[in-house]
Write a protein that binds this ligand. Sequence first.
Ligand SMILES: [Zn+2]
Length: 155
Amino acid sequence: MLRGSDVQLDNQGVRTTCPSCGTTNRLRYQTLGRSAQCAKCHAALPQPAAPVDVPDAPAFDAATSTSSIPVVVDFWAPWCGPCRMMAPQLATAAQRLAGKALVAKVNTEDNPDLAQRFRVQSEGVSCPRDSRSKTFQRRPPLFPNAGQNARLHRI
Ligand SMILES: [Zn+2]
């Protein structure tokens, strides 16, 4: 299973390290969810199974508009206690959804432009209202300008 540090988003896909030979490969957004092979050693590449950090707005836009599988986005902030409390559940969800959905994390401190675009202005918006709830609350898509796969799940 891939862990966060092994996986990065860029403008074209998810950069991931081959578990067999260590070569960096890119799983293109358009083919996420399909079986993939390492370009060098042809070992099977696992699908992202951990929340991946969104580095910037272009990567966010590429992922949400071109991904072949739904993108689950968590807006969070390092200083937000409830965000950190929910992190293990997000990780579990990412593991369960591997190959079926891409779980992405937007650090609103690093990406104030994205936070502003989706009007995530305070932790009260981006964080769970009920921290006792064990379930993900599905909300309607909040990305009018992004692809139809984009969904914002508030947790
Ligand atoms: Zn390899």
